[in-house]
Design a protein around this ligand. Structure first.
Ligand code: ADP
Ligand code: MG
Length: 695
């Protein structure tokens, strides 16, 4: 059967449906209502209050009139039953309703009733024509009309052609009658959770008899997709990831020990020790490590990365560390060189902006095995690098990269161990889905002696106060970041830009050196400014968000963020993580316009209230939703049609446990009772494999 076989779907309508992604009767069935109208109670007109109640009334249309011109145009119909009459009115879809609603015919209207003086009126009701005006059959018609009526994203959704919710309802019911819908969940599962079979479930979605039927059916569809997802996670994890051999590393060798005993100027925190222990276990196991190291900004992930790379070098392998920005790569290169070169470790930097001769030299060292550690940007995966013997690949600030980049890095060696690091403390359910292929290590503690950062939201009018405060801080020897959201002035948004701010700050603080940093500067210029700031030759660094991730200048203790409302909370948390790294009391000043909405300001108050990245991430996630929160589609977040990973956490856990049990009892789904499931699952699994670049 095709769409056009369904009575009422004209070629024009079929086209409109197709353009909205509804191509087959199956798509039509999967097109779920956005809402339900509870029309189980029908009122006589004299019982209406006009207080905004949503009701159904039934009666005969006694007049249909059009009035007004242009935008004031309206269509009015009077509906009468034996107790009174009700005015109904349309401002939109006038030509459609003018042709549909006929004087003298019997209808049911559903909508909100309001009182205007002596009149009751209902605007834009849902309309359904009933077949007869014969009083005797009205009772029976009421029975049929009453019920829970699904409302589909109709008129607005199919912009070009006027398709009402009522039409969709009819077509979907026809499609349901004519389309065979096989079950694929095993009987046992349906029984265990009390779910209706698939065909019944669709019926309960589109024509529920009571709200609980619809709720259970919807849960079934959510479970179905979460279960398939979790099945793929378990299967891939147990059959692919956990079975992929990795370089076997023997860790009791000299460099690692010397680094931790003689070089590192501080004791490891408990979290760092635990993480290193887990990594050590992984790399000795003979299996490839795939681990996510999560730790708030400033928790000291870099040291864990260094430890991991040294273990690798001690075992005769090379290591690579990839960072999302040049500034960060350069900074890692500096830190590593400072700490590791005295131990005789050879570290090379690889970025996209290097001179050709230098790059050739670096590439030769990597291929020949002379480079022990390679630090760099995306260039590492883009360039045609060949490693001599890569054993450990680390991705810093993982949230800036996607699954694809991880796979490309993995392909640079023969299954090197993979450690990805992230400061985005994503909530558990999101981590479970997003990083389903990774084991998790979490650093929960911060290095000792960190002082809490004082955060304040400031208005434009408080700028003078801020100026005095900055003067004081500079006098005491502190350094200041000033961050702007955009590089260049955009007329539309009227934002001050970093360049302008830079000029102004130079005038305002004549006794100090001010530096400017933005993404359009050359690598050399950026390096120079960063180095000057790090060595306190520059006291105020005016910057765009290029300093957002990873930058480490412990003496900098003040962060001013201009137009703070333009940033996401997690981004502000990252920015704030640039300070509070040294002995000084640190301050974060978030400037925002008075014109900003109260909502925007209260959002910023979250930053005043807490320094806990986890709480901030949760608030941010709630405000923005997972897709936006994580950035792009390439983040690897699976797209669920019905389930919502935030709202359906409990169901996600259930699906996970069910998948684990299923895989325990019948890993290949070879039992006959699982054959339908297998048929659906195998293609799904193939899709996931492609996603992880494994086939
Ligand atoms: P992040 O987890 O945000 O990448 P970093 O690795 O940049 O954090 O570490 C932040 C700062 O804390 C660095 O200056 C680092 O040298 C310091 N640090 C890391 N671990 C410890 C520790 N155990 N004790 C004291 N300072 C530490
Ligand atoms: Mg870092």
């Amino acid at each position: 059967m095709i769409l056009a076989d369904i009575p009422g779907i004209s070629p024009a309508r079929a086209k409109a449906l197709q353009e909205s992604g509804v191509r087959t009767p199956g798509d039509l069935i999967r097109f779920f209502p956005r809402n339900y109208l509870d029309r189980r109670t029908i009122l006589k007109i004299h019982r209406l209050q006009g207080s905004g109640e949503k009701v159904t009334v039934m009666g005969t249309v006694t007049s249909v009139t059009e009035s007004g011109f242009g935008r004031k145009k309206r269509l009015e119909a009077i509906l009468r039953d034996e107790t009174g009459q009700l005015k109904t009115v349309w401002f939109k879809g006038i030509s459609y309703f003018r042709n549909t609603i006929k004087k003298g015919e019997y209808y049911a209207f559903f909508g909100t009733v309001k009182r205007f003086g002596r009149y009751l009126s209902m605007a834009h009701p849902e309309v359904e024509q009933l077949s007869s005006t014969d009083i005797a059959s009205q009772e029976e018609q009421q029975q049929r009309f009453a019920g829970i009526i699904p409302i589909y994203p109709g008129n607005q959704f199919f912009k070009k052609t006027y398709i009402t919710s009522g039409l969709l309802r009819k077509w979907i019911l026809t499609a349901l009658d004519r389309t065979p819908i096989p079950e694929f969940l095993p009987d046992e599962l349906l029984k265990q959770f009390g779910y209706p079979d698939r065909s019944t479930a669709f019926r309960h979605i589109h024509a529920p008899e009571d709200p609980s039927q619809h709720a259970k059916a919807l849960e079934r569809f959510k479970f179905e997709e979460l279960f398939l997802f979790e099945m793929s996670v378990v299967t891939l994890k147990r059959e692919v990831f956990d079975k992929t051999p990795g370089p076997v590393m023997n860790v009791t060798r000299p460099l690692t020990t010397r680094f931790f005993n003689d070089v590192l100027p501080f004791e490891l925190t408990k979290g760092q020790k635990t993480a290193l222990g887990e990594i050590k276990r992984d790399i000795r196991s003979g299996r490839q490590m795939n681990r996510l190291l999560q730790g708030d900004v400033g928790s000291g992930k870099t040291v864990v990365a260094i430890g991991s790379m040294l273990m690798s070098i001690d075992s005769g392998f090379q290591a690579v560390m990839m960072a999302p920005t040049e500034i960060l790569a350069e900074q890692h290169h500096q830190t590593l060189s400072e700490w590791l070169e005295p131990l005789g470790v050879n570290i090379r930097l690889l970025t996209g902006n290097q001179k050709r001769a230098l790059r050739e030299d670096v590439l030769t060292d990597i291929a020949g095995g002379k480079a022990d550690i390679v630090v760099g940007t995306h260039a590492i995966i883009q360039e045609a690098i060949r490693f001599h013997r890569l054993g450990m690949a680390i991705i810093d600030e993982q949230h800036r990269f996607g699954v694809a980049q991880r796979a490309m890095l993995r392909d640079k060696g023969e299954n090197p161990h993979i450690l990805v690091m992230s400061a985005t403390p994503i909530p558990r359910s999101l981590a479970m889905t997003l990083y389903s292929d990774l084991d998790l290590s979490v650093i929960r503690d911060l290095p000792p002696g960190r002082k809490e950062i004082v955060t304040r939201v400031l208005r434009e009018s408080e700028r003078e106060k801020l100026h005095r405060f900055l003067t004081e801080q500079l006098l005491e020897g502190g350094q200041v970041y000033v961050v702007y959201p955009l590089i260049e002035e955009s007329e539309a948004m009227d934002l001050k830009n970093a360049t302008e701010g830079f000029d102004q700050i130079r005038v305002e603080f004549p006794g100090y050196r001010v530096g400017l940093l933005h993404g359009r500067m050359s690598t050399r210029e950026k390096d120079e400014v960063m180095r000057d700031f790090k060595e306190n030759r520059v006291q105020v660094l005016v910057s765009t968000t290029v300093i957002e991730v990873g930058v480490n200048v412990p003496n900098a203790s003040v962060m001013v963020v201009e137009h703070a409302e333009r940033f996401g909370l997690s981004q502000l948390h990252q920015l704030r993580g640039r300070i509070g790294r040294g002995a000084r009391q640190s301050y974060c000043m978030l400037l925002t316009d008075v014109k900003q909405s109260r909502e925007a300001r209260s959002r910023l108050r979250t930053m005043e209230e807490t320094g806990d990245g986890f709480r901030i991430a949760e608030a941010d996630l709630k405000l923005r939703g997972p897709g936006d929160f994580l950035g792009t589609r390439q983040s690897g977040l699976p797209e669920f049609r019905y389930a919502d990973i935030l709202g359906d956490q409990y169901l996600l856990e259930t699906a996970k446990n069910t998948a684990l049990e299923m895989h325990d009892s019948d890993p290949g789904l070879s039992h006959p009772k699982h054959s339908a499931l297998k048929k659906v699952f195998l293609p799904y699994l193939e899709g996931k494999k492609k996603f992880f670049r494994m086939s």
